[in-house]
Ligand binder design. Structure first.
Ligand code: GDD
Ligand code: MN
Length: 400
């Protein structure tokens, strides 16, 4: 294997129809440059990873990183970038929207001008948004404003996902990256200390030919998560902030429900309060399950079991809340402050306990690892793999 000068990282999610064409275009564009390609695929249902593996049997500068149980454009790019030893790394979409013919120019500039980063920009003279819909342009502008990225670097297209960087620069910032969402370039720029040396090369954004964009509401949410993490992530976990926001929303709904039951339905206070509490607990569980913990989302039977542990944890939280705030109040703490102390305590309690029970990271649990290994050895038919169920890890399962 030659020592590659350039690595092209290609994140893919359902890009089977585009991949072959992209590789061919890269071959034409990068003539004379010693480069490798790393496709990072998140277990695409359309079999992109399998196709990439097949292609790599005849194209030996092609490698595949097949991730299972993971999602996310940014984290895919990061893992791809970490998997190469090449001194320069580029990221390009698989859907042919980025103009690969400017890669040699980007590569030339980063080296000859000794830059950290060269970005393909749609907003420079000579570039263009192409037929990007109006609302996507607006969204792009809004995103830029929210991020405050202009304070870090004068970039005309910080939302671009098309760039090339120097590995030494990437290694300096790699541990600070958030890795959430779609905007890896923004993550990189916001994570860099001081002012990175940046260049830009214009290009025209093309229309997607096959398949569809993966931008959706969740991706939008992940964008806010990225910005929040950059703002406050050093002090408090963004997951906790989201959990608290869901809780706050739940409190508002609770009061509205309570009011409606009392005033409109004329139910007793105890009945109304009990009903509102039950509904809001379920609502909070559903919202946390699909937003705050979407990466560990519980489905099917696990969904119901999760609901049960969530309700138990939160009920204990309420009891503690009342006890603690009452105690504070008895000792002369003003009622508002007592209330806040109780709320804070139960918020932290609920978050901590449900993180350890309801949304415990199952991938790290011994049982899950053992299951995975059993599946893998069954698949490969490999008896050299360690025994699927290790007694040391699973004492309760009680095999000999
Ligand atoms: N591995 C992996 N995992 N790849 C992903 C994922 C994911 O969860 N989501 C999307 N991709 C891949 C797609 O297969 C494609 O190659 C690339 O990332 C971009 O995804 P699109 O779905 O085509 O996104 P887009 O066209 O809306 O957004 C692109 O344009 C923006 C410009 O505004 C992205 O390139 C952004 O990074 C870019 O900034
Ligand atoms: Mn695209």
């Amino acid at each position: 294997m030659p020592p590659y000068d350039l690595c092209i990282v290609v994140p893919t999610l359902d890009e089977r129809e585009n991949l072959g064409l992209l590789l061919e275009r890269l071959r034409n564009a990068l003539h004379g440059i010693c480069y490798e390609v790393i496709v990072v695929d998140d277990d695409s249902p359309d079999g992109t990873a399998a196709l990439a593996r097949r292609l790599s049997r005849t194209q030996d500068n092609l490698r595949v990183l097949h991730r299972i149980g993971r999602r996310g454009l940014s984290s895919a790019c990061i893992e791809g970038m970490l998997a190469t030893a090449a001194p320069f790394i580029a990221v390009i979409d698989a859907d042919l929207q980025h103009d690969e013919t400017i890669l040699p120019e980007m590569y030339r500039r980063i080296r000859s001008e000794n830059l950290d980063l060269v970005v393909g920009s749609r907003n420079l003279a000579g570039g263009g948004m192409g037929e990007f819909s109006k609302w996507r342009r607006r969204l792009s502008q809004l995103g830029r404003r929210v991020s405050g990225v202009q304070r870090h670097a004068a970039l005309t297209d910080p939302m671009s996902g098309f760039f090339i960087l120097r590995r030494t620069f990437f290694e300096r910032i790699a541990h600070r990256l958030t890795g959430a969402g779609f905007k890896i370039l923004l993550d990189i720029v916001l994570s860099s200390e001081g002012h990175p040396r940046i260049g830009e090369v214009p290009y025209r954004f093309r229309l997607r030919q096959h398949g569809q964009s993966k931008l959706d509401l969740i991706v939008g949410l992940e964008y806010l998560e990225l910005i929040l993490d950059k703002l406050i992530g050093d002090f408090v976990s963004v997951r906790f902030v989201m959990f608290a926001l869901v809780g706050a929303l739940g409190a508002v709904v609770h009061l509205m429900l309570l009011g409606a039951m009392l005033k409109i339905e004329h139910l007793s206070f105890v009945k109304s309060q009990t009903f509102a509490t039950g509904i809001v607990m379920i609502l909070n569980y559903v919202m946390n399950n699909s937003l705050t913990y979407r990466d560990r989302r519980r489905r099917g039977a696990a969904f119901l079991f999760g609901l049960l542990t969530f309700c138990i944890a939160c009920s204990l939280g309420v009891i503690a809340n009342v006890d603690i705030s009452a105690e504070a109040f008895r000792h002369g703490v003003p009622w508002v402050l007592s209330g806040i102390i109780g709320l804070l305590f139960s918020g932290i309690w609920n978050y901590g306990v449900t993180a350890m029970t309801t949304w415990r990271d199952r991938r790290r649990s011994a049982e899950h690892r053992a299951e995975r290994r059993a599946e893998a050895s069954a698949l490969v038919g490999d008896s050299t793999l360690p025994a699927p169920v290790a007694n040391a890890e699973l004492p309760s399962k009680g095999s000999p």
